[in-house]
Ligand binder design. Structure first.
Ligand SMILES: C[S@@+](CC[C@H](N)C(=O)[O-])C[C@H]1O[C@@H](n2cnc3c(N)ncnc32)[C@H](O)[C@@H]1O
Length: 410
């Protein structure tokens, strides 16, 4: 039989006892029950309730002990069954262990046998590996040798390239030398040509000098010809002209050695006089001394004629030339030798000679212009020939070039 829980029972008993006490108090207060018996009843009720609670608790504890006992018995039975089961399991495990050991031994035998086969295979593979390693070592040696050979080849190629470069440089140097030799050859050929020309020229001048010396036999030493002075070939040309035409009046533009030679020629071929115009006082004096030294005072007159602007006829254009008053007294000039003023004085500085002197020349006069190898003198000759139709000109291959002009008045 199920009993109420002690705590609920205690509450119910306490509530019952409390209600009973309150009822007794109310009854006692109403005078229905006497206080003392009421208290006795109340205490009795409380004791009773307490006893009920205690009994109930004891009974409940007993029930609980019984149930624990029964449960313990059940658990014991379970334990026994468990022990039995464990014994069975242990027996089973023993059997399994035996079988496992047997299986293990079998597996070990199988593994050992397999391992033996694998070891043989591994040994074979190791042998193959050793062979491969040896082959790789041989290949490595070959590769190293090939690499060394390749280095040698590279070195050889480098040497070859350097050699090619050197060969190129050498070839270029040889070419340069060849070109220099060509240039040198050209220079040598030019030099040879120049030398040959110079030898021919020297011979021609020497020949001319011997001719005029033999012909005129100067009485005193003469300054060197050529250079600033006229060359022997042009002097011989003038002397030939004098000899042929028996020229009497000669005008020379620019004094010097030529003045003396022309004086000798006049003296030798019939007589006459030379008027030499000289713009420079010092050279005029030097030329006079020369004339005196050669005893030609009566034949050669050196006239100092400073340069003055000469009007060309074109408005504002002048050319420096000898002061024209120095020639005002001259007429019937048979030969004019134009060898001054110096070319460096001004462009076309020798041009005025013909415009000034031609009106004072004989009808069959000759004009010789020196230095026509220079462009300025060539231009002067060209202008004369253009502007004076009575003049005809012949270029003479003198050392410095000369233009021989002949006046022919109709
Ligand atoms: C070409 S030179 C004329 C020389 C002259 N016809 C002769 O043959 O000896 C022209 C001018 O040069 C000047 N001259 C002459 N001798 C010179 C000299 N040794 N050095 C520099 N100028 C000179 C004079 O003023 C002369 O008139």
């Amino acid at each position: 039989m199920r009993t109420l829980p002690p705590r609920l029972l205690l509450v119910i008993s306490a509530a019952f006892a409390g209600l009973s006490v309150i009822t007794l108090v109310l009854l006692s207060a109403a005078g229905i029950v006497e206080p003392v018996p009421a208290i006795q009843i109340a205490v009795s009720l409380v004791i009773l309730a307490t006893a009920v609670v205690i009994v109930t608790s004891v009974r409940r504890t007993d029930g609980k002990a019984l149930r624990i006992d029964a449960r313990t018995k059940r658990q014991d039975a379970v334990l026994i069954r468990t022990e039995q089961t464990l014994a069975q399991v242990a027996a089973t495990l023993d059997g399994l262990t035996g079988r496992l050991e047997e299986a293990g031994r079998h597996q070990a035998r199988v593994l050992l046998s397999a391992l033996g086969e694998d070891r043989m295979e591994l040994t074979a593979q190791a042998d193959r590996l050793a062979q491969l390693t040896s082959a790789v070592t041989r290949i490595d040696t070959t590769v190293r040798q090939s690499s060394a050979d390749l280095d040698d080849v590279r070195k050889l190629r480098h040497d070859h390239e350097q050699l090619t470069g050197l060969t190129g440089t050498a070839v270029q140097a040889v070419r340069d030398i060849g070109e220099r030799l060509d240039t040198l050859g050209g220079t040598v050929r030019d030099g040879q040509a120049e030398l040959a020309k110079s030898v021919r020229q020297n011979y021609a001048q020497l020949e001319a000098l011997i001719d005029i010396r033999a012909l005129l036999q100067p009485r005193a030493p003469l300054p060197r010809l050529r250079g600033w002075a006229a060359s022997p070939d042009v002097l011989r040309l003038l002397i030939e002209r004098i000899a042929l035409d028996r020229t009497e009046i000669i005008v020379e533009c620019g004094s010097g050695s030529s003045s003396v030679w022309l004086g000798y020629a006049l003296q030798r071929f019939g007589g006459g006089r030379v008027v030499a115009l000289e713009h420079d006082e010092r050279f005029a004096e030097a030329s006079r001394d020369l004339v005196i030294a050669h005893g030609l005072r009566d034949v050669v007159e050196i006239r100092h004629a400073p340069l003055a602007p000469w009007a060309t006829g074109t408005p504002g254009e002048t050319i420096p030339w000898y002061d024209t008053s120095a020639v005002e007294d001259l007429t019937d000039i048979g030969l004019v030798f134009v060898d001054g003023p110096p070319g460096a004085t001004a462009p076309l500085v020798r041009y005025p000679a013909v415009p000034v002197l031609l009106p004072r020349c004989a009808a069959d006069a000759w004009i010789v212009l020196d230095d026509t190898s220079r462009p300025a003198e060539r231009e002067v000759a060209d202008r004369w020939l253009r502007e004076y139709p009575e003049l005809s000109g012949t270029a003479h291959p003198a050392e410095k070039g000369a233009m021989v002009l002949k006046r022919s008045l109709a």
